[in-house]
Design a protein around this ligand. Structure first.
Ligand SMILES: [Zn+2]
Length: 249
């Protein structure tokens, strides 16, 4: 997993490393302000506030607190709606991401892509499962004073779809009806970068990674319902090979 580009800002506002427990969740926040304003707020000891990361509307990622230290982002617990809350200060077992803007703002694409990359990196680095209880909004910890953090503009559905879908969507999947079609399929695959070859299971289902590819080239039937499917099929492997040859021109 590639680490996104992160600018270190630093903050004196954090607990000792000895308080840090295993990180079990990512907590998402909204800044109710700008990235620059947050930088100075978190650098100010008087604010007694911080988070690990802040993501700007332009896609910049700032870091205030090292992952080995608890940031001061989620300490106040008030009518929580979070089954993983243990009664211990949630700062000790969460990592926090602030987002530039105000509650209800629609997230610009650059900001979305940056926070997605940051989530992916943290999930892999810290071994955080992708569930609705391990990637949460601040409102789950304080449902009274932080009910709008990160607020209605936060793209939960898209984020979960992208996190669950994994990072690597193939440009092209070649799905072989039987392994007899392997050489014909290899000829097709050789034409494309970022391509995978799959063999149709006996139950005729379609492997998940083939179905999520941008384009699906089917060597031998039956059709799959993929939205951009190309079917290359003859009566037998020779007929199919001839169709493949035609397709390749
Ligand atoms: Zn918050």
């Amino acid at each position: 997993m590639t680490k996104p580009s992160i600018k270190w800002i630093g903050s004196p506002n954090h607990s000792a490393a000895s308080k840090k427990l295993k990180t079990i969740a990512i907590v998402d926040h909204i800044m109710q302000g700008s990235l620059a304003g947050t930088d100075s707020w978190f650098k100010n000891p008087a604010s007694k506030a911080s988070s690990h990361f802040g993501v700007g509307k332009n896609g910049d990622i700032h870091q205030y607190v090292g992952l080995d230290y608890p940031a001061w982002a989620n300490g106040a617990v008030n009518k929580p709606d979070w089954p993983l809350y243990t009664g211990v200060n949630p700062n000790y077992y969460t990592v926090s991401i602030e987002h530039e803007g105000y509650t209800g703002d629609v997230m610009p694409e650059a900001q979305y892509q940056a926070t997605l990359a940051l989530h992916r990196w943290l999930i892999e680095l810290l071994g955080i499962p992708v569930t609705r209880d391990t990637i949460i909004g601040h409102y789950r910890i304080d449902s009274v004073n932080k009910a709008n953090c990160p607020g209605s503009g936060f793209p939960w559905e898209r984020l979960f779809r992208d996190l669950e879908g994994g990072e690597d969507v193939l440009d092209v999947a070649v799905l072989l009806n039987t392994k007899d079609d392997f050489w014909a399929g290899a000829d097709v695959a050789a034409r494309h970068g970022n391509c995978g070859i799959f063999i149709r299971p006996a139950d005729r289902s379609v492997p998940k990674d083939a179905m999520s590819a941008k384009r699906l080239i089917l060597v031998g039937g039956p059709t799959t319902g993929h939205p951009s499917e190309v079917l290359l099929s003859g009566h037998d492997k020779y007929g199919t090979a001839a169709e493949v040859k035609k397709h390749l021109g």
